[in-house]
Design a protein around this ligand. Structure first.
Ligand code: PEP
Ligand code: MG
Length: 325
């Protein structure tokens, strides 16, 4: 199978109907980057910057981070890298930050909430990214955005740092793309302005599912209780896709489910044009996407959702089995 996937490496994830889905990889450490070549990933759809903070015993300095980000961009060899600003709190506690005593850390003071309330680190990170990307394109995304005003504030902070660097006479990124992760259900119902202002939206399915089903992603007893292909969840993913289409917003999915071929096919059929996953999943996902007609799959999914089934999985599996006949 590995060899078969290797032969697909340089081929697009083009489905029978002609739709091309972009397959990106998730990363978080320098050591992850070499897989970008072997896996055939078109870029890094989620770079979890907090990992480099978590492996240190003290807060990294701006210049050190700038060097690190420049090395990440070099290793990506011109392919885009979506740097997600620090997603700490919840399960990720920095050893050199005062631990917060919170009853529900997953719903607590985490991610962009910390970034906006204590902006020193967000500003430092933005400066490091802007310096690292001098003269080349830069993609930044914010974790756990819950309403438009949070996105506005975080985006303004990054733009302000860019303008500041320019005013100091330094070379700035040739292009700056700023996106939001959609990980809390409320954001799907944000005003149209949110969808128009973001350069892209990336659904963080791990968190989105935990909040949609109220099922803790860290709790073994409940984490797999609800199917990702549950009709309610798919209707919700379809709504997000529709809102993006109406507003011309680029949409991707970067949670773990994007690396499961059947789930990936369903997301692609629902209009998720970019899927970001662990590198080893790219081959299997691409292989399936190339064998199906995504427009036909969309019809099957829409029909199943209209029927009122609890999960569309059996219908999708039967349809897939019939494709091979
Ligand atoms: C997610 O929530 O789906 C996601 C991609 O981010 P993380 O797993 O780092 O929370
Ligand atoms: Mg998340």
């Amino acid at each position: 199978a590995q060899e078969r996937y290797a032969s697909l490496r340089n081929l697009p994830a083009q489905s029978k109907c002609g739709t091309v889905t972009r397959l990106y990889m998730n990363a978080g450490l320098m050591a992850d980057l070499p897989s970008i070549v072997g896996s055939g990933a078109e870029g890094v759809g989620l770079f979890r910057t907090e990992l480099q903070f978590l492996i240190r015993n003290q807060m990294p300095k701006r210049d050190e981070l700038a060097k690190l980000y420049a090395r990440v961009m070099d290793a990506a060899r011109g392919r885009p890298v979506a740097f997600r600003t620090l997603d700490i709190g919840s399960d990720k506690v920095l050893p050199y930050m005062k631990p917060q005593d919170e009853p529900n850390p997953a719903m607590g003071w985490r991610a962009i909430r910390v970034g906006l309330d204590k902006p020193g680190v967000l500003h430092m990170q933005a400066q490091a990214l802007i310096r690292a990307a001098a003269g080349r394109p830069l993609t930044v995304m914010f974790p756990f955005i819950t309403e438009l005003s949070e996105f506005n504030a975080a985006r303004s902070a990054v733009l302000h740092q860019r303008d500041r660097e320019a005013a100091l006479g330094r070379q700035v990124p040739s292009e700056l793309r700023i996106g939001a992760m959609l990980e809390t259900p409320s954001l799907a119902y944000a005003p149209d302005e949110f969808f128009r202002l973001t350069d892209f939206i990336s659904v963080g399915g791990n968190d989105l599912k935990q909040f949609f089903f109220a099922a803790d992603r860290e709790n073994e007893r409940v984490r797999r209780r609800y199917d990702t292909l549950n009709s309610s969840f798919l209707r919700f993913l379809r709504l997000i896709s529709d809102r993006c289409a109406e507003n011309g917003t680029t949409l991707s999915f970067c949670g773990e489910d994007a690396g499961r071929p059947v789930e990936a096919m369903v997301f692609a059929a629902l209009g998720y044009g970019t899927l970001s996953m662990r590198p080893a999943s790219i081959g299997p996902v691409k292989s399936l996407l190339r064998q199906v007609d995504l427009k036909a799959a969309r019809g099957v999914i829409d029909d199943a959702l209209a029927q009122g089934v609890e999960t569309v999985r059996p219908i999708v599996m039967d349809w897939l089995a019939a494709q091979g006949e």
